[in-house]
Ligand binder design. Sequence first.
Ligand code: DX5
Ligand code: ZN
Length: 224
Amino acid sequence: MAWRDWVRTAEIEPSLYAADFANLGSQIETLLDAGARIFHFDVGDGHFVPPVTIGPVVLRSIAPLIHERGGVIDCHLMVDDPVHHFPELAESGGDSVTFHVEAVADAGAVIAQAREHGLGVGIAFNPGTTVEEAAATATQGADLCLCMSIVPGYSGQELMDDAYARIERLRSLVDCFVQVDGGVNEGNAHRVRAAGADLLVVGSGIFANADLPQAYRRLVQALG
Ligand code: DX5
Ligand code: ZN
């Protein structure tokens, strides 16, 4: 199984970083019941981004819940040395790894390393990186290219104004899935989708709501 099998036209991916960790399992079950299938899992190392976020210990706990329902886990590695983390993430139940173009010297080699662990692969890029550089890297064999619409590190920020133009430009340059992460919500999801995104990552736009299924479903409807 691979990204082409996971994506149903377009996907809203709940970003678990914004979840209530005292109720993580039940929030995942609730979102699976509502129809979510791809869960976004943010690994931050406290160096590439300031915070240490979540990692393999949490992944091991939730992977069975998600896999037994046919779901998958999309790991976003906001780390300096992504290759170091591939074996443990693969063993812990990660299905795909997305690493940052800013973090590696030879992206083609890193993609090959991820494939050796049976992982899907994405290339992420920050607001300060050109779309052209990211697209050229993603065309070395990635399944997806992640356009950050915030400076990565924290949930709850606002999507940057130039994100739409960057998504459009990326869409015109790559054949792989286009993913967008940061500040996506019910109010802008339609425009993000129209700009060319296939995979919309949503953290606080889901988890800041009392009614998670309703928030998820409204986002799916907004895709049009
Ligand atoms: C932050 C993470 C995001 C984050 C998104 O750098 O990469 O996935 O959880 O959260 P929102 O949707 O609240 O911006
Ligand atoms: Zn993320």
